[in-house]
Design a protein around this ligand. Structure first.
Ligand SMILES: O=C1O[C@H](COP(=O)(O)O)[C@@H](O)[C@H](O)[C@H]1O
Length: 571
């Protein structure tokens, strides 16, 4: 039985499910878990797999089909029970616009009480599943890097954002391979291989993980080679070779259903049935074990042990340019006019535009110049969203707050005179919101992830913010990312709590490198001779650890708005 609800709510969905269950005489007692599937449009294939898995793991399946691009807001739902839902029950949520803001509350209202929660992203893996708004409520988080646009890039991002409880189908596809390799290896006399080779399709994450696993387990470097027979479509791993003193162990996939295993001294080899695994087999296996797969985490970490270089987020983008003006007021006026123009252009292309504000002396002056600049550029403020690059974690009305510094000059006039909705002003939390610093940062990061989708924050090809304004301290810090400060190492979440800030107040919230590097246009707003040294340093190579201001770039442009004093280099 399938029922459709249009423009509905969580409580209406819940009521309808109870009615349908009563009609069918079913109860939820037999359901062992809630499976959340996050998809965009392509829901039938994962749904079919989940229905198949439900025979072994009766589940409530909640499919979240989110459309952040929709111009209207609303929620439609489809409820499937009985033969359309296998041994489970299915709720499909088609969420648009503002509804995405309350996705967590919406899904929470539909969870099975006291049952484990698993979230599965069949495509578009978030970089840090545990920080995703739905991932954060789940014990188990399943991605499929092979189904993403850039599989190896995705795997690296997942490594950055890994938390215990994450798993990926590129790893699950190796379970049988790993079993066979281990049993072949254990045939006596056991000796450490001198050479390890994995061949498979280029850019395939299972191939990378197989090589990583062998290196991790055997302590021998594994080389990755293309498949010997390039005419055959070898998805994933084609062969594994362990060269030992007594001969070579070789396992080679010969077709979709089998592999040939050769042991030292056996040139013919034996056929072993090992069919490629279907999506339903993969999800069924994942649901079988809800405890964390720590080996996956270890292999992921050792495969990409050197991923930590924040400079990768800024590299490959257009070189910055300088605009030098007489003084701080002129800098603020020019930057505000340019930002207004860029926002107007953004609104010609998209329904909403996103501006990130900054604290600091010139940032505050620029914000004060914005209402007039936006009016002159014809920007519809009702379609603007305002964010902050950083905030001091102090009481909400403290003069130390970056938001307080622009309240009267920007926020009040834009709301009063230009129709900026209060809900579009995304103020960072303060201690009065009742959260710890870390929870407040995580909360803000989730607001961003929810609004922007996770993908734009981690890739070089897309942007979420239209204009990002940044002040810079004399030490070269931007937002609250300070030179040589451990706070800037956190890149898995969108926002981070910073303690022991070298500049008071000591507790702050800051956007992180990948998010700061997700803007179309970046403006650095600087004035004062005391900043000339940092300006010169930041114009050198990209060096996030030493000179944070060097490591943020926009996809379309990065402009340094400087007064003459800060632009002056000695000699
Ligand atoms: O503490 C901060 O400082 C920087 C730079 O401020 P400035 O007064 O030297 O211009 C600012 O960009 C940041 O938002 C703020 O929190």
């Amino acid at each position: 039985m399938i029922t459709t609800l249009t423009d509905t709510t969580a409580s209406a969905i819940d009521k309808q499910m109870i009615t349908m269950r009563e009609t069918f005489g079913e109860n939820t007692i037999g359901r062992v878990l809630t499976l959340i599937i996050v998809a965009t449009g392509e829901i039938e294939e994962p749904l079919e797999a989940a229905v198949a898995a439900s025979h072994e793991h009766p589940a409530r399946v909640i499919v979240v089909d989110a459309d952040p691009e929709a111009e209207t807001s609303g929620l439609d739902a489809e409820i499937r029970v009985g033969r359309h839902a296998g041994a489970g029950e299915i709720v499909i949520l088609h969420a648009r616009g503002d509804v995405l803001w309350s996705l967590d509350t919406l899904v929470m209202a539909l969870l099975l009480p006291d049952a484990p929660i698993v979230t599965w992203w069949p495509e578009h893996a978030p970089s840090s599943p545990v920080h995703d708004v739905l991932g954060s409520m789940s014990q188990r988080r399943i991605t499929d890097s092979a189904a993403c646009a850039d599989p190896l890039g995705t795997l690296k991002r997942l490594r950055r954002g890994y938390a215990s409880g994450d798993s990926d189908f590129a790893w699950a596809r190796l379970t049988r391979w790993r079993g066979l390799v281990a049993s072949a290896y254990e045939v006596p006399p056991i000796s450490t291989p001198t050479e390890v080779q994995v061949s498979g399709s280029e850019g395939n994450p299972s191939v990378a993980l197989m090589a990583g696993w062998l290196e991790h387990a055997l302590g021998v470097p594994a080389s990755v080679l293309p498949p010997a027979d390039s005419d055959i479509d070898f998805r994933g791993v084609h062969s594994v070779r362990l060269v030992r003193e007594d001969g070579t162990i070789e396992l080679t996939r010969v077709d979709d259903d089998s592999i040939v295993m050769k042991l030292p001294g056996d040139d013919t080899g034996q056929h072993v049935t090992m069919p490629r695994r279907t999506l339903s087999e993969l999800i069924t296996e994942e649901l079988r074990r809800l405890d964390p797969d720590e080996v996956y985490g270890e292999v992921l970490a050792s495969t990409y042990s050197s991923i930590g270089d924040a400079s990768t987020f800024a590299s490959g983008k257009p070189e910055p340019r300088d605009v030098v003006l007489a003084d701080a007021e002129a800098v603020a006026a020019a930057a505000a006019a340019a930002a207004a123009q860029q926002l107007a252009e953004a609104l010609e292309e998209r329904p909403l535009a996103h501006l990130v504000l900054t604290g600091g002396t010139v940032g505050t002056l620029t914000a004060a110049a914005l209402p007039e600049a936006l009016r002159a550029a014809g920007v519809d403020a009702a379609r603007l969203h305002l964010w902050w690059g950083d905030e001091r974690f102090v009481e909400p009305d403290s003069a130390d707050r970056n938001e307080v510094a622009v309240r009267e000059s920007l926020l009040v006039p834009l709301q009063r005179d230009a129709g900026l909705p209060a809900r579009n002003i995304h103020v960072m939390p303060s201690p009065a919101d009742g959260m710890s610093l870390d929870d407040a940062a995580a909360w803000y990061g989730q607001q961003l992830d929810q609004m922007g989708g996770d993908e734009p924050f981690r890739t070089r090809g897309q942007a979420f913010f239209d204009v990002l304004m940044l002040g810079m301290g004399p030490d070269g810090h931007i937002a609250s990312l300070f030179p040589q400060h451990p706070g800037q190492r956190r890149v898995s979440a969108s926002a981070t709590g910073v303690t022991d800030s070298p500049k008071p107040p000591s507790q702050r919230i800051s956007l992180t490198w990948p998010v700061l590097n997700s803007a179309r246009h970046v403006q650095l707003l600087v004035a004062g001779a005391e900043k000339a040294g940092a300006v010169a340093d930041a114009h050198g190579r990209i060096d996030p650890w030493g000179v944070p201001a060097s490591a943020v770039r926009g996809l379309a442009s990065t402009t340094w708005y400087l007064d003459e004093a800060s632009a002056r280099t000695e000699g």
